[in-house]
Design a protein around this ligand. Sequence first.
Ligand code: ZN
Length: 328
Amino acid sequence: MQTTGIHHVTAVAGDPEANLAFYTEVLGLRFVKRTVNFDDTTTYHLYYGDETGTPGTALTFFPFDGGRAGRPGRGQAVATAFAVPEGSLDYWADRLTDADATVEGRHTRFGADVLSFTDPDGQPLELVAADSPIDPWPGGPVPEEYGLRGFVGVTLHSGDPEATANVLGRLGFTRVGSTTEPDDGADRVRFTAEGDHATVVDVIHRGPPRGRPGVGTVHHVAFRVPDEDTQLAWRDERKDAGQFVTPQTDRQYFRSIYFRGPGGILFEIATDGPGFTIDEPAAELGSELKLPAWLEDERDQIEASLPSLAAETGPATTPATMDGGAGE
Ligand code: ZN
């Protein structure tokens, strides 16, 4: 039983408008879904990805305007890496600097060029010059030759790297090598899943203190499975391993189960389908607030409780729907 890599990464943001502007206007991702956190409907759940939010491309956020800043660290995924074409990192360093993003540095890791930076909330991100079968979103402001092409993977900070490696092994990841961090010499061990993109998980051993959840940190990492039956088999496997795992949950765009990995890292296993076009056409993704059927009765109340999020910043980046972005 194997996962085929990373399905999505979910993080905590501050101001939703600043979040939307950075991911669509600076990074050039597509705004693929505007919905709410189904477990807390006063908070948005914003999804950014490729044209249709293909598994392995979607970075998603729960924005809490004025929320408490977190601190990335032990017990968390601490960096999400996107693939960009070879030779594009000079463009990105300039683009990010012009956008007042914090560029942390550039280095070579496992033979690939890496640019490290943070989003407006201090969320650590990386661009890695790497091949990818994912097409960049052509409707954004970034020229296609530089566009983001889905995830390479994530870096985890673990207080118990052997236990983390064991779980990754059960998930179908294989250890492929190790290197040392340029700043402090810590070991970075690389694991990869069998798949064609978003297959990399790096594990770095970190001592205390633990990372602190909050704005600017990753909430969870979701791994891919093809369907619900595979997911349920996975749930049995985790239970047999003595792990607490949640019941299968309907997340509208996929089904999910969650469990805490060693050291407290929250993992999800998500199904590839049904995907983001289940409740709006591909051309209109992200243009209005979508709610699952079980929340539609509460729509007026939910809309009234949400902070403002300018409608035009979503579909306006999509030439084909320029006139159709009425918003909610
Ligand atoms: Zn998730």
